[in-house]
Each structure stands twice: as C-alpha cells, then as structure tokens.
Ligand binder design. Structure first.
Ligand code: FRU
Length: 519
C-alpha cells in the first residue's frame, strides 16, 4: 500500500487531537461507546421521544428499558444538553407501570397554559405519548394517546388523570407528534399519529391538548412494505424564503426501508390546517425512476437511521432531527456491553431548489466545528489507480473529502481499516452510485442481515463528489454533496482498526482536497 504525503497539518489525526466546543463523553474500556452520539449509560434505548428546547436546554426523551439491555418495560428515559452534542442523562422521566407501557410521542411547551395543567405564571411542558395497555388494564391490547406534564422544566412528570385523551379502540394507533399550527385555518394544536398497520397518518386538532377532533387521513402512499411509525409534519422555507415553503411529512417505516428493515421516508407537499397533500401517489411511488424523488424520498439510504423526528420549541427557524441509529432487523443483537443503541448525530434539515427541483438537505450538528486546525490535509493531487494509505488514523473523526473522478471507473475511501477488516465507501462513476460496504467492517456475524452494502444515486456536481463523513467508534455517517444524500451505518470493528485510505480504479482521478479532523 502506498502512503499519501500530506500538504499541511500534523502527521497524525490522532496526534492532532483537535477538540470541538463540547466535551466528549467517556469511552474508557468500551470500544464501541460513541463519544458524540447519545447512549444511555446502561440498558436498552430506541426511538427519540419528546424532543423539546426550553430555556437554553435541549431535552431528549427516549424509548428506554430501565431494567435491561433488551426491548421491554418501555418508559421514557431523559437526557439534557445545551449544545446537542454533550448529553447528561437524567432520571427516567415517565416510567411504565403494570397497566401501560409508555411508547413513543412528543412534547410541547404549553406557553399559554391552554391545557390548564400548569398556571399562567408557570406554564407546563406537556408530553403526548402512546399508552400501550397491558391486559392488567381495562383497555388491554389497545394503543391510545395520553398526556403527562411537568412544572419544573422536565425534571419530574405527572400523568394526567383523564388519560387517555384520544382512543380509537385501535391496537396500532401510536407515536403522536404534536405541533402548534398558526395559519389560514386558525391557531390550534395539531397531532399527527399513525394507524401503523393501515399505513396511514391520522391528523387531529385540539384547543387544549385534552380533547381532540379528527381532521384527515393521509396514506397509504409510496413505501408501504412495513408498518408506518413515528410521523412528523413541519413547514420549511425553500432556500430560506418564507414566501416559498413546503410542508414535510415524515413517515418512518419498518420493514420496507430502502436499505432493508427500518428507514424514514418523507413527502413534500402542502398542509392547509386540515389535510396534508402531496404530489406523490401510490402509482408514482411504485416507479423506480428518478422522477419519484421530486415528491418524496428517503431521509437516509443506510441501515441505521430510524424513528427520526424533529425538536419542538426551537424558535430560530432551525429544524433539527434525531434518529435512532439502529434497525429493528438486528437491534436486539448488536454486540455492545450493558448498553444498547445510540442516537444519530442531530441533523439540521432544510429545503433548497436544485435544477428546478425542491430537495431536502441535511447537515449534522458538527462536534468538530470550531476545531482549530485540520489534523491532516492533502490535495489537490492526482489519484493514481490503487490504494493510498493516509498518514492518519481515527475511530472518532470528521473527514471532508472532494474527488474529481475524471476518467477513472471509481474512487473512494477505506475507513476503520485494519489487517482483516475495513468499511468501504466507493463511488462508481458510470452508475453514479455511492456505496457503503460494511460486509467486512468487523464483527458482522451477530445477525444474518447485518452484513450489507448500501447504495444511493448521487450525481457529480461540476464533475466532483464531496463527502463529509463522521466516524464515532461504532458508526459511519456520510453526507454526500452537501447533505443531498446521507448514509448512516453501524460498524463494529476492532479498536485497533483505525487506518484510513483513499483509492481509485482506473486512470484520471484527482483528489481535490481531503481533511481529517479527529481524535
Ligand atoms: C418505533 C416503535 C414505535 C413505538 C416504539 C415502541 O421504533 O415501534 O412505533 O412507539 O417503537 O418502543
């Protein structure tokens, strides 16, 4: 293997040790424990729940089993952060009891005390969650929507005595996301939730969060190969122009995701305060050509970005989402000790117009922003056929790379590489496909469906491919062409497998620039 020489910077990214603004979590003696992705100290975690920003603090609640590393006893865990990167775990917020499990949902700051659950002087935080009733309840077998409230900024929670507040006598009615609608039709709370098995999003409205009136139903549409879960609905300006906005409907689906198992799809459309309408239909959704991307798409093309929903209460216009970085196909088998599952990095989502089309862009909240200097920097330089090892190694890093493939057949990177393992990110010029191959990424045999190759169509822009890649001990998150497409995958390599390399197949490629910032 040839070794690339750097044009600037320190000889090794690990030696450069450039720290971002936040303090990383401890990972001592736990090679898979991420530094910048939230994990609970112990036990099981799945969906992000009730994400809300209030008085300088981001609250992340999450599906949690307080008693073990497998799914069960579902309760809302709680963590707080002031920068979305360093999280402090708090006591369990809403525990299950013998009558109900506390399934996914959302939280809002009820500033004007419309619910009456607080006072005008001390308005409540209100969590809207799914009560999954056990046989010990008279409602056994049903899923219905319930409230809990906090009068001390999320520290302690009380269940509302009138629960449930919305019951359709359904066994699969769940995952309420509530937001404040202020538009042509009035000003009220809107709930989007799913009839999971019907592949439908149902919309309701309320003046007080306690009594709900049916508005409309969306779906089934587009990807319907699994149950619909964890919806979200929000408006975003196109290119920052509020006069030109779209509503984005998020529908997570399991299985039936683009890379197999769990994934998040989205629809762009309009919401008039009653119904969401999108240009996409089931028929369009079945066409496997580029045109279907005009109206809907996938939030991520990897295996490990699920149950993604957005924060409420962020008043500066940023829409920030977090996904559960796992896949129901194998989530119960991932080889971590004592804890299971991490959240994705938070992502800011926005809309832009590109070649006349409205497209979704995503950018991670960046743990390395503010880093003083890149650890390693190379390019511009020709990239001859073969593999060039970088004079850098990293298990926790951000890699910014720009390729000009030219006449080469493919270009790419190896990350988390060791003697017998590597994760391969490659771009096939003729197919226009970016692939992430984790078949030989390390421990992969814990579940038959874990070894996989993900692919997404990524057109070159001005002949170039720009990638931003975040590594964090057990994950690879790829943002291609400034966040137009993303691939998120878990990997479980040996701790020592930290080598990085670039490669080309065929003559004529250039490495325009490569920066590694890491630890
Ligand atoms: C999604 C989901 C939700 C449900 C929760 C239960 O991953 O299945 O639909 O509320 O997990 O933990």
């Amino acid at each position: 293997m040839d070794v690339l020489t750097t044009t600037a910077g320190a000889p090794s990214a690990s030696a450069a040790g450039t720290a971002g603004p936040a303090t990383p979590a401890s990972s001592a003696a736990d090679p898979f424990r991420p530094e910048w992705h939230f994990t609970s100290e112990r036990n099981w975690l799945n969906d992000p729940n009730g994400m809300v920003y209030l008085n300088g603090t981001y609250h992340l609640f999450y599906q949690h089993n307080p008693f073990g590393p497998d799914w069960g006893n579902m309760s809302w865990g709680h963590a707080t952060s002031r920068d979305l990167l360093s999280w402090e775990e708090q006591p369990v917020a809403i525990p299950c009891d013998e009558r109900e499990a506390i399934f996914s949902g959302s939280a809002v700051f009820d500033q004007h005390n419309t619910s009456g659950l607080g006072t005008a002087g001390n308005p409540p935080l209100v969590a809207i969650y799914t009560s999954a009733y056990s046989d010990a309840s008279p409602l056994g077998g049903r899923q219905a929507q319930s409230l809990a409230y906090s009068l001390d900024e999320g520290t302690t929670w009380t269940k509302y005595s009138g629960n449930p507040v919305l019951d359709r006598a359904s066994a699969d009615f769940r995952d309420p996301k509530v937001f404040r609608y202020d538009g042509g039709a009035g000003s009220y709370w809107v709930m989007v939730a799913v009839e999971a098995v019907e592949r439908q999003v149902v919309l309701y409205k309320s003046a007080d969060l306690k009594s709900w009136e049916y508005l409309s139903t969306f779906g089934p549409a587009n990807a319907t190969g699994g149950v619909w879960e964890c919806p979200d609905l929000f408006e975003l300006p196109v290119d920052g122009n509020p006069a030109d906005s779209r509503w984005v409907l998020i529908v997570n689906i399991n299985p039936g995701g683009i890379a197999g198992g769990s994934a998040g799809q989205y629809f762009l459309g309009e919401f008039d305060g009653v119904a969401f309408r999108s240009g996409s239909t089931v028929t369009e959704g079945l066409q496997q050509d580029g045109s279907l991307m005009r109206e809907y798409g996938w939030l991520d093309w990897g295996r490990d970005y699920y149950a993604a929903v957005s924060f409420s209460g962020i008043a500066d216009g940023r829409r920030i989402m977090i996904g559960w970085m796992n896949n129901w196909d194998y989530a119960g088998s991932t080889p971590t000790g004592g804890w299971r599952s991490a959240m994705s990095l938070p992502r800011e989502v926005s809309l832009a117009r590109l070649d006349g089309k409205v497209v979704l862009r995503q950018a991670a909240i960046d743990p390395f922003e503010g880093a003083i200097s890149p650890g390693v920097r190379c390019g511009p330089r020709p990239l001859p056929p073969g593999v060039l090892e970088l004079p850098a190694s990293a298990a926790v890093a951000r890699i910014d790379v720009e390729f000009e493939p030219g006449t080469a057949n493919s270009v790419g990177l190896l990350v988390r590489a060791g003697r017998a393992e590597r994760t391969v990110l490659s771009y096939d010029v003729e197919e226009g496909l970016l692939r992430l191959d984790r078949r030989e990424s390390g421990q992969a045999g814990f579940h038959h469906s874990f070894p996989s190759v993900e692919a997404v169509a990524v057109p070159l822009q001005d002949g170039r491919l720009r990638l931003k890649i975040y590594l964090d001990r057990c994950s690879v998150e790829v943002f291609a062409q400034d966040g137009l497409a993303t691939i998120t995958d878990l990997v479980f390599p040996a701790e020592a497998s930290t080598a990085l390399a670039v490669f080309a197949e065929g003559e004529g490629a250039h490495l325009v620039a490569l920066d590694v910032v890491g630890r």
